[in-house]
Design a protein around this ligand. Structure first.
Ligand SMILES: NC(=O)C1=CN([C@@H]2O[C@H](COP(=O)(O)OP(=O)(O)OC[C@H]3O[C@@H](n4cnc5c(N)ncnc54)[C@H](O)[C@@H]3O)[C@@H](O)[C@H]2O)C=CC1
Ligand SMILES: O=C(O)C(=O)Cc1ccc(O)cc1
Length: 308
């Protein structure tokens, strides 16, 4: 147990990320009290039943009153509305952060809603699962994962350092990034891959009507990974694509060009093109493992111990 970092933390939206934050905060004793609010009464009742939050409130305003840190953990498309709802109840000097998967849009819609005497520090934990809701969280979600802090202009150093410490004590490695770069990097590493998985599973579903249950029965590992990703929350991902439009379209444009080139190589029998392409991509995977960046890989421990 370490000393609390904030006296009171308010979690707005009680889904996968907020519930994981709550359990991680409790694991390390990082707050005096954690209050919580979710829009749906059913979610609030579930939270009360499972002991998620020290106090579950029936309004966002009640949850944020007296809070030193307010975490917006709702779908990206709801961030602006929630910020407007809580703005007048925020304690002067409090920090407001979010965990949204897109940063430029959140900064544009949340920033203007907040009073000048609170510190707004956007953040994004690069950790999640395909599950959602108050019962899906667990304390270890952020262990050894990255959390990106995206400080806005003139961000005060003390609140920034305090938020960094919170994420570190919840188990994450912390880095800072500017919003534009964040949205492009995430379009490559997360948003476009999710769209591709959604598409692939959709294609297989169309095919299933022809081949009956063979697609499910003979699913190999690659396709199973796609189905896991494509089971992610529809509201959350709809909002990600609508709010990170520019970067996602840029990456999908490049993806389509490369896909066409590979399609052509297959049609004309250009094995060299395919072989060279797959050799290049294999090297990228090996680079990730050697850098000790893939905590899920079976050889992750080995790569870390070797200090590579
Ligand atoms: N699921 C994931 O793997 C990751 C999600 N994120 C981001 O974290 C945020 C939360 O995502 P999850 O926890 O996965 O979502 P979730 O779907 O598990 O939970 C969202 C919660 O927000 C509540 N909510 C929705 N609209 C609301 C409103 N207007 N006012 C109050 N509460 C409202 C819902 O009732 C629900 O309790 C999103 O912005 C998402 O982009 C970030 C990293 C990973
Ligand atoms: O479950 C997965 O594979 C993920 O990619 C989790 C994830 C989803 C959204 C984010 O903004 C960050 C991480």
């Amino acid at each position: 147990m370490s000393a609390p970092i904030y006296d009171r933390i308010a979690l707005i939206g009680l889904g996968l990320i907020a519930s994981s934050m709550f359990w991680a905060i409790k694991r390390a004793g990082l707050a005096g009290e954690v209050t919580g609010y979710a829009r749906s009464e059913e979610t609030r009742n579930t939270a009360r039943r499972i002991g998620l939050c020290d106090r579950v409130c029936d309004s966002a305003v009640e949850a944020v009153e007296g809070a030193d840190l307010v975490v917006l953990a709702v779908p990206v498309g709801a961030m602006g509305t929630v910020a407007r709802e809580i703005a007048k109840a925020l304690k002067p000097g409090a920090t407001v952060t979010d965990v949204g998967s897109v940063k430029k849009h959140v900064i544009e819609v949340v920033g203007p809603e907040l009073p000048k005497d609170v510190h707004f520090i956007p953040a994004h934990p690069l950790a999640g699962t395909e599950h959602s809701g108050p019962e899906s969280g667990f304390a270890e979600l952020f262990d050894n994962r990255w959390c990106l802090l995206v400080p806005v202009e003139n961000c005060a150093p003390e609140p920034l350092a305090r938020l960094r410490t919170l994420w570190e004590r919840m188990g994450a490695n912390v880095d800072e990034m500017d919003p534009e770069h964040h949205d492009l990097v995430l379009a490559v590493t997360s948003h476009a891959p999710h769209l591709i998985a959604y598409t692939m599973v959709g294609v297989a579903d169309d095919l299933r009507r022809v081949t009956d249950s063979e697609v499910i029965k003979y699913s190999a590992a690659g396709f199973r990974d796609f189905t896991r990703i494509a089971a992610s929350d529809p509201t959350m991902w709809r909002d990600v694509f609508l709010t990170n439009k520019e970067a996602t379209l840029e990456i999908l444009g490049r993806f389509t060009e490369e896909l066409f080139a590979l399609q052509r190589a297959i049609r004309i029998g250009d094995g060299q093109h395919l072989f060279d392409y797959f050799t290049r991509t294999r090297a990228i995977r090996r680079g990730i493992i050697e850098a000790g960046q893939d905590t899920d890989a079976p050889d992750f421990g080995r790569a870390k111990k070797a200090g590579t």
